[in-house]
Design a protein around this ligand. Structure first.
Ligand SMILES: Nc1ncnc2c1ncn2[C@@H]1O[C@H](COP(=O)(O)OP(=O)(O)OP(=O)(O)O)[C@@H](O)[C@H]1O
Ligand SMILES: [Mg+2]
Length: 239
């Protein structure tokens, strides 16, 4: 690896860290893209759990699941996010996407100050698909995503933003915008066998600025301690 390689932030997933030569470059905004149920939220929670286990503050902005559901999902993998929350290491902010105008107002007015005051090292936005859906038109959609990505960068934190894949073109996000505001893109996909039965899951690093990375599609699974990526598998049957 080049001597100028940026410092790394471990993702909490050993095989993914290996694919990335140590983790996300610090300060990156990374898009985690995938169809429903592939583990985007799980990856984001794992990233947060890894941070708080190192004593780093994390902020989780959820437009989808309620705080209790996120904490319960984490608990099934042994990640003590309720404790992290009590200790003041983790802040979960849940924004109701049904209340679009208040949600956008909060993101633009209160949120930056809240983030600066808390000082997280890791930020999750789950998902930017719902965030951008709050905006009334295309211009505002772009603006809000650029705004949020810039705010993450200004804090110096490393950020994960999840996004729904376009069902007709699953290597791009539904609104096609998140890729442009991100420094890196991870694609999570179901893999199919020859009969088109869903056989497994695979992860590919589509883009990661300022670092070398594995470019192959590698299998992963939900293990007892969260997502497990096999960084070395070849011919694992995925298409
Ligand atoms: N304990 C577990 N063991 C095995 N698989 C699990 C476990 N918990 C969740 N899953 C799997 O995780 C999937 C949901 O993961 P997650 O919520 O992270 O996906 P997602 O990509 O965020 O989905 P969505 O698009 O709905 O937000 C479930 O569909 C299930 O397959
Ligand atoms: Mg999710």
């Amino acid at each position: 690896m080049a001597a100028s390689s940026p410092p790394r932030v471990p993702t909490g997933i050993a095989g993914l860290d290996e694919m990335l030569h140590g983790g996300f470059p610090r300060g990156h905004v990374v898009l985690v893209l995938g169809t429903p149920g592939v583990g985007k939220t799980c990856l984001a929670l794992q990233f947060v759990a890894d941070g708080v286990s190192r004593g780093e503050k994390a902020l989780y902005l959820s437009f989808e699941e309620e705080t209790e559901a996120l904490v319960a999902s984490a608990a099934q993998f042994g990640w003590p996010l309720a404790e992290a929350n009590q200790k003041g290491l983790l802040k979960i902010v849940r924004i109701d996407p049904q209340d679009a105008s208040n949600a956008l107002k909060r993101i633009r007015s209160q949120f930056p100050a809240e983030v600066q005051a808390f000082g997280p090292k890791r930020i999750v936005i789950d998902s930017i698909s719902l965030l951008s859906a709050l905006a009334p038109d295309e211009v505002e959609r772009r603006n809000v995503l650029f705004y949020v990505a810039r705010m993450c960068r200004q804090t110096g934190a490393t950020a994960v933003m999840t996004a729904e894949a376009n069902p007709l073109a699953p290597e791009v996000s539904r609104d096609g915008l998140g890729e442009y505001v991100s420094d890196g893109v991870l694609l999570l996909s179901p893999t199919e066998d020859a009969r088109a039965h869903r056989a497994g899951l695979s992860l590919k690093v589509l883009k990661m600025r300022r670092t070398e990375h594995t470019r192959t599609r590698q299998p992963y699974r939900f293990g007892p301690k969260g997502l497990e990526v096999d960084a070395h598998a070849v011919d694992f049957g995925g298409l």
